[in-house]
Design a protein around this ligand. Structure first.
Ligand code: GDP
Ligand code: MN
Length: 398
């Protein structure tokens, strides 16, 4: 689960970490009050959307040369003017895709004087089996480009979970950033605080880009992207309270209510599968035969008829879906339950696109008989290969 920058900074502040003062606002009038409260003389007006690259982003229908989604402002009037232009407008960045995201909230922050910009992130690193810091002196820019062009400028500092963060980790981070003396000490304290916050809140990712050295020689987290492990949210009601559903895919929200593992994709073939491995194989084979999947959907091992119906409704509600492939291996899950769920869903929402059903495993004959007897226009398939070819042919023919 992702949160907004202003929320992430509040979490950092909770752990005593250095962030600038700021106020989140929903209207230009609030922006004026916030600017006066912060006092200036420099402010930064920052679009709050769940996507990065805001600074270099562009607003839809803005005149050529117009400024991006992060704007340094030098008077209260300029803050208000920027707020007026940005609120309600659609910001397009490299991370939003071409349709962009509507900006509904701004973060008005006191401006920092930047002497140097660094990159610092933390993630759950599969290679080392723990949390790792990734740092670079090349902050404030596209870190993917840095990793591609000058990989030697990116330093990874893994932390052994058995020892936790040790002083040497902090020293390694400070050294990688080229910091010495009091700044190195600040970097070490920062690393310790970030590590504490990361574990305490069960984060899956924390990216600070840029981490800056100010004119007064202070390290400050100027941007913050924070993501949390969804499997640990049950023990963090405070974090769950930060969820902004307007930033998430409506189909994914609906799916999460039914405890379905669903991820929206860009293609045309809707998939209903049980088991993550089989779901991945299904996506692969659809691509192999030349089409693209519209979603990843794992209905899970013990899905009920209601859950299958909900899954089917989510798939058919997607206007990109030109065909549906149901691919179930009944182990714990029984084929007749799937068959009944599919039929109940089709009766409830109708079927406007071709549907291929491949069932295998427990109660398979009963499941197939239910589908056959339903009178619905279902294309039966015998195995995964057959099913993929049939749905691709049906979609291409349509
Ligand atoms: P992003 O583009 O979505 O990653 O948004 P950031 O929060 O990283 O802001 C983009 C850029 O705006 C930063 O890399 C900085 O160069 C600049 N910026 C952000 N805050 C300040 C500030 O307080 N003072 C100055 N001078 N520049 C800032
Ligand atoms: Mn940034």
């Amino acid at each position: 689960m992702n949160i907004h920058e202003y929320q992430a900074k509040a979490v950092l502040r909770e752990f005593g970490l250095p962030v600038s003062r700021g106020v989140a606002v929903l209207a230009a009038s609030e922006a004026e009050a916030a600017a006066r409260e912060l006092g200036g003389p420099v402010w930064v007006v920052k679009s709050q959307i769940h996507a990065g690259g805001r600074g270099k982003g562009t607003f839809q229908d803005a005149p050529a040369g117009a400024k991006g989604g992060v704007r340094v402002s030098r008077s209260v009037e300029e803050v208000v003017q920027n707020a007026r232009e940005m609120l309600g407008a659609t910001l397009v960045t490299v991370q939003t895709g071409p349709s962009g995201r509507q900006v509904n909230r701004l973060y008005i922050e006191e401006g920092a004087q930047i002497a140097a910009e660094f990159y610092l992130s933390m993630l759950v690193d599969r290679e080392s089996g723990g949390v790792a810091f990734v740092v670079s002196t090349e902050g404030g820019m596209d870190i993917e480009a840095v990793a591609h062009d000058t990989p030697e400028k990116i330093h990874t500092v893994p932390v052994d979970p058995a020892t936790g963060l040790m002083p040497h980790h902090g020293r390694a981070i400070a050294k990688a950033l080229g910091l010495t003396g009091p700044q190195a000490k600040q970097a070490e304290a920062l690393a310790a605080g970030l590590y504490r916050a990361f574990l305490a809140k069960d984060m899956s990712l924390l990216e600070i880009n840029p981490l800056v050295l100010t004119g007064e020689g202070r390290l400050v987290c100027l941007d913050a992207k924070m993501a949390f492990d969804a499997n640990a949210l049950y023990r963090h009601p405070d974090v769950l309270g930060l969820r902004d559903e307007s930033e998430e895919d409506a189909k994914e929200i609906e799916a999460s209510k039914h405890d379905l593992a669903y991820i929206a994709l860009e293609g045309t073939i809707g998939c209903m599968v049980n088991g993550a491995g089989l779901a991945m194989a299904t996506l692969d084979i659809i691509k192999l035969y030349g089409e693209e999947p519209a979603n990843f959907l794992d209905v899970g091992g013990g899905a009920s008829e209601e859950k299958v119906t909900a899954a089917f409704k989510i798939i058919t509600a997607d206007p990109n879906v030109k065909g549906i492939l149901v691919n179930i291996f009944g182990g714990i899950m029984k084929c007749d339950v799937i068959a009944r769920g599919v039929i109940a869903a089709v009766k409830a929402v109708g079927l406007a696109v071709p549907l291929v059903v491949r069932l295998e495993g427990t109660n398979v004959e009963e499941g197939k008989a239910i589908i056959r007897g339903s009178g619905l226009n279902v294309i039966p398939a015998d195995d995964l290969d057959d099913a993929a070819q049939k749905i691709v042919a049906a979609v291409k023919g349509a």
